[in-house]
Each structure stands twice: as C-alpha cells, then as structure tokens.
Design a binder for this molecule. Structure first.
Ligand SMILES: [Zn+2]
Length: 548
C-alpha cells in the first residue's frame, strides 16, 4: 500500500500580520511558504520545468490535471507527472474546474479527476470543485458552495492513497456569507490545504478591496494550521497584499500570459515592451540585453525573454516578502506596494475594517522599529493593540491626581528626551514627595496616549513618524486622548499645547472632555514650547495643581 501516514503537513516558522512563513511537507519534499507555483502548460511552455528548477530555483510548480488527462493521459499515468514534465520538485495539479467553467466542458467527473491525480502521483491535488465565478446570483453562488461540498465529501470514498495533500476549495465568490459558510464547512473536512478561487474580474479589474473581503472572510473560518492557496494571483504587485492576508501559496500563469502579449512585469506594475527604453530590472536577461534588441527578436524568442524576466520579477518579489516577514516589516512593504496602483491603496484602506482581526492574529513582539507614513497605518496591529491594551489593561498609578499631557518629542523614549527630562526634573525639584501625585503622559502619533511608565515598551519608542501629520491621524490621537481622560477621572488635567503640530485639535478635544466630565483644566500655550520660561510656567502650574 501507499504511505499510511496522514500528513500534518504544515509547520509555521514566522508570522507577520496574517502572513505565515512555513514549511509544507509533501511526498516529494518540503517547500517553504509563501510560495509561488508557476503554472506549466505542457503544450505551450516558454520555460521548461527543468529550467524552472535549475535556473530559477523553483521548488514547486502547478499544472492542470484536466489538460494533462486530455492530451497525455496514457503517458502521464505510465510515467507519473514528475517524469512527464521532467521536474523533480513538488507538483500541484489543478483539477480543471476553471476550464470547465470557461469552456463549458462536462466530460469528466469528480471521481475520475481524483483517481487520475492519484494515478499520475501528483503531490498536491484539487478536487473538481464548482467555481462560483462573477456576476452570478446569490442562489447560484449557494449552489456552487453546496455542490463543491458534496464533491469534497466524495473524496474520502474515492481516494486510495494517503500521501497526496488534498485541497479543499472555498467557493462563494463575492457573496461573503457564502464564502464564510463554504470555508467553515470545508474546514471541517480532512483536507491538508485550502484554496480560494477569486473570480477573474477581481484580479483583472483590480477589485482588490473585494479580494480583501473574500480572503479575510475565508481566513476567519478556516483552520489556521492549513495553508491557503490563492488561485490565479498572478501579478507580483499584489503578492504582498495576498501574503499579508494570510495566503500561503499562489499559482501564476501570468508570467507566460503577459509575455505572450508583450507585457513586461514590474513589482509595481506592468509596461508594454514597445514603451520601454530602459529595462528597470537587474535580472540576468535585462542586464545583458537592451529593449531595442528584444523588440527586434522573433515572436517566440521575445516571448521567452519576457516570460523569463516576468518569472524572475515574480520570484524576487516573493523573496522580498519573505525577508520582510523575517524582519517584521511586512506592513511597510505592503505600504510601499500599495502605491503601485490606486486600487492597491484602496485595498490597504479596506484593511481598516478588519483592524481588530489583524491585531488578534499578528505576533506581539517584533524586533524592528515602525515607520509611520500616514492615516492608512492607523490600522496597523501595533497601533490598534496599544489603544486596546491601554483601555483594557492599563491602570494609571493609584495616587495620581493630576494628569500632565505633554506633546511628543523627536527623541524617544519621550521621558529621556532633553525637553521632557528637563521638565520632569524641574517638577521633581519643586514637588519632592508629591511628585507621585502627577501622572505624566505624552500625546503622540500614531499611538495616542503614552504613559511615562510605558514609553520604553515596544514599539512606543521604536517608531518614526512622517511630519506634518495628516488630519485623520490627528483626529485619531485626539480621540485617544479624549477617551483616556474620560475613563481615568483625574482631578485636574494640565495640557502643554503644541498647537502647530496638532492644529489645536488636541486642545479642543481636551477642553471638551474636561467640560463634559467636570474635570479642572489648565492649558498652556507658550510662544516657544520648550524654552526655560515655558518649562518654568508649566512646573509652576503643576505645583499649583497639587496644592489645590
Ligand atoms: Zn528582467
């Protein structure tokens, strides 16, 4: 009999946002995720599978079991898929469900395609699902979910070997309720891998916001210890988004399809060959040829050139993403990629809807500092987490009666900055023992309120912020300050107002909440924020407040 061991195939090594870096075990060997599986069509192939392995270092590829069965049935069954393609890495086969959807073929059953994938000894297989597609009714979407589920259950009765990883596709298309139902039911069946088919228009028309909704909905219901494959995510400029959402595997036919249309991929977008005067790439091909030479090539040679370049760019982006995960800087990478296209930036903004989910899933401790560029970063898990923890877990020192709010300084941790240190020293000198009646907090972007006791805790002093601040960020910080004051109930609040940086918004928020809560308030508006006179009048105000 074939191997009896049922794989617990996926081991996670690093995480960042919803992304995981892991090892997926197959009967041919282990691959590291996130991974790109170039799609190989044995009939038309600009790069041989062997070259993919030897020259490009591809550990895995994807091919279509339906097409293989149609054209190379006997040979594939006799030699196995690895010998047929001349590829000794990991092979994933798709079932051909998509071709059936597009071409309306119905000549094959789920049972036949399951048995065929076993016969050709594929490593990762897919049942014959029913893709939901796009522009369909909700009723039809539900039908695809149910029918796919029925076929998924059929697998257990049909399959005869235990060494193949089986993929359970999630359907539902843009109907998120159906996606949730599909993911939840598929997740209960004994699959080793799951997959999400995103309808072609989502990719072609750059509906990345919809993609975010679909992937996050599926992720929330799928078992976290199984990798998620995203079908048809071909362009490198969206890999970072897909990985950040928790997709572990992709297949790409785009490198070849784009080449056929003389399209040159970049990690930020696409160029048409005829537009190119300089190759903005340092792959082995682009460093050796100039665009005019490539334009003059015969169609097949040109196509091969472009397919190779496109594949290099795609694989390089996966490496960049992995490095970002290791560094804990996937958000920054995603941020940079988001500027490749307005639709990607829209998707980044869509993440805000799921900020709490991202926060609950993202690892807590990282080693790298945070770069804060603007309002979109307010959805970062670290920012959400600080607000949450401050609210749910943090209690200000018990005997503190007066809240002293200071503006952020460039140097961090704040209490060690020259500005704060001088003031705190002055207050200590004036107050002596009563110093403990004062609770010092910094209002700062993007975190909002940073109590002095916490300001060395990661990442409250390990971040850089782009100034001037945008209105949304200012509003977020003002809201944080307001709710901190409202729930802490100090006898008195003293605010050192940095009117310029905060456009007076912090002062108005503090005034409002103090008025509503009946807290005494002193606002200091010095002409120069941190000069001797300002520090002196501030410490005098503190001294006075303590004496009241
Ligand atoms: Zn290149």
């Amino acid at each position: 009999m074939y191997g009896l061991r049922l794989f617990m195939a996926f081991e996670i090594r690093e995480r960042d946002l919803l992304a995981r870096m892991g090892k997926l075990e197959t009967k041919t060997g282990a691959v590291e995720t996130p991974i790109l599986l170039p799609v190989v069509n044995p009939s038309i192939q600009p790069i041989s599978p062997k070259a993919m392995r030897d020259e490009f270092g591809c550990e895995a590829l994807m091919t279509n079991a339906y097409i293989i069965r149609k054209r190379f049935r006997a040979k594939a069954a006799e030699f196995g898929i690895h010998r047929l393609l001349d590829f000794d890495g990991v092979i994933m086969t798709d079932s051909g469900a998509y071709q059936i959807l597009v071409y309306g073929d119905v000549e094959i059953t789920n049972k036949e395609i399951i048995q065929f994938q076993e016969a050709i000894k594929t490593d990762i297989a897919v049942i014959l699902d029913v893709p939901t597609g796009w522009g369909v009714s909700q009723q039809y979407a539900k039908h695809t979910v149910e029918e796919t589920l029925k076929r998924a259950k059929e697998l257990a009765k049909v399959k005869s070997r235990n060494d193949i990883l089986w993929t359970g596709p999630v359907q539902g298309g843009a109907y998120l309720d159906s996606v949730a139902e599909s993911a939840s039911k598929m997740g209960k069946l004994p699959f080793q891998v799951h997959a999400l088919g995103s309808p072609t228009p989502v990719m072609e028309q750059y509906l990345f916001g919809t993609l975010v909704d679909m992937v996050v909905t599926a992720k929330q219901k799928l078992p976290p210890d199984r990798p998620l494959h995203l079908f048809g995510a071909g362009h490198p400029f969206m890999f970072a988004l897909a990985v950040a959402l928790g997709c572990d595997m992709f297949d790409s036919a785009a490198y070849a399809l784009f080449a056929r249309q003389d399209r040159y991929m970049m990690d930020t977008g696409t160029l048409r060959l005829r537009e190119i005067e300089y190759f903005p790439c340092s792959c082995p091909l682009c460093t050796r040829a100039c665009p005019s030479e490539v334009k003059a090539m015969s169609k097949p040679r040109r196509q091969e050139f472009l397919a190779r370049h496109n594949l290099y760019v795609s694989l390089a982006e996966i490496k960049r993403i992995k490095q970002s995960i290791v560094e804990g800087r996937l958000w920054e990478h995603l941020q940079i990629r988001s500027y490749g296209h307005p639709a990607l930036l829209s998707a980044l903004k869509t993440l805000r809807k799921y900020a709490d989910y991202f926060e609950s899933q993202s690892p807590v401790s990282k080693s790298s500092g945070l770069f804060f560029y603007g309002a979109a970063d307010l959805a970062r898990p670290e920012v959400v987490r600080h607000a949450k923890r401050l609210k749910d877990r943090y209690v200000p020192p018990k005997n503190a009666k007066v809240l002293l709010l200071l503006p952020q300084t460039r140097t961090k941790p704040f209490h060690k900055s020259r500005e704060h240190a001088r003031l705190i020293k002055d207050i200590g000198r004036k107050l002596g023992q009563s110093r403990s009646l004062i609770h010092v907090c910094t209002y700062s972007a993007p975190f909002g309120v940073v109590p002095i006791e916490l300001d060395e805790v990661y990442p409250l002093s390990q971040h850089e912020v782009a100034l001037p601040l945008d209105n949304e960020t200012i509003a977020h910080v003002a809201e944080q300050v307001e709710s901190y004051i409202a729930r802490s109930r100090f006898r008195k609040v003293i605010l050192l107002n940095d009117a310029e940086t905060w456009n007076n918004k912090i002062a108005s928020a503090v005034r409002r909440v103090c008025r509503e809560g009946g807290f005494a308030l002193t606002v200091l508006n010095p002409a120069k924020l941190w000069n001797k006179r300002a520090v002196n009048s501030l410490s005098t105000a503190v001294q006075k407040a303590v004496g009241e």
